[in-house]
Design a protein around this ligand. Structure first.
Ligand SMILES: [Zn+2]
Length: 124
């Protein structure tokens, strides 16, 4: 085993974004509401992937006003990432609404997620 040291890539904009994402995700995870789009139950306890495939019932935190539109309206990052601008969506609906970047960010988080919270999270 090679320990590569702590990952302190705090300047990475994707990481900065994921801090909001985690907070909002935790919020919706607590409330356990159904999908805001199709109103079907979300698989809050299930894995995000099953055999390497996306779990279509898993939770995706969607933006109510998309980042793109919010920025055009002059919103700040804090406003865009506020919990009040997010809603719970299931993976299937999120994919339909075209969450291109979102999935990549979540993949990165998923890969990192095991470690975080115990070791690195308090660093930044
Ligand atoms: Zn849905």
């Amino acid at each position: 085993m090679t320990w590569r040291g702590p990952r302190t890539s705090g300047k990475d904009p994707l990481l900065a974004k994921s801090a909001h994402y985690k907070r909002n995700r935790a919020h919706w995870q607590r409330l356990r509401l159904p999908c805001a789009i199709c109103h079907r139950a979300i698989d809050y306890d299930g894995p995000r992937t099953i055999n390497g495939k996306q779990n279509s019932r898993s939770l995706v935190v969607g933006h109510i006003v998309s980042r793109y539109h919010a920025k055009r309206m002059g919103w700040t990052e804090a406003m865009i990432n506020a919990t009040s601008n997010t809603r719970p969506e299931c993976r299937a609906c999120s994919n339909k609404s075209g969450a291109r970047l979102g999935w990549q960010v979540q993949q990165a988080n998923a890969n990192r997620g095991v470690r975080i919270g115990k070791t690195d999270a308090h660093r930044w």
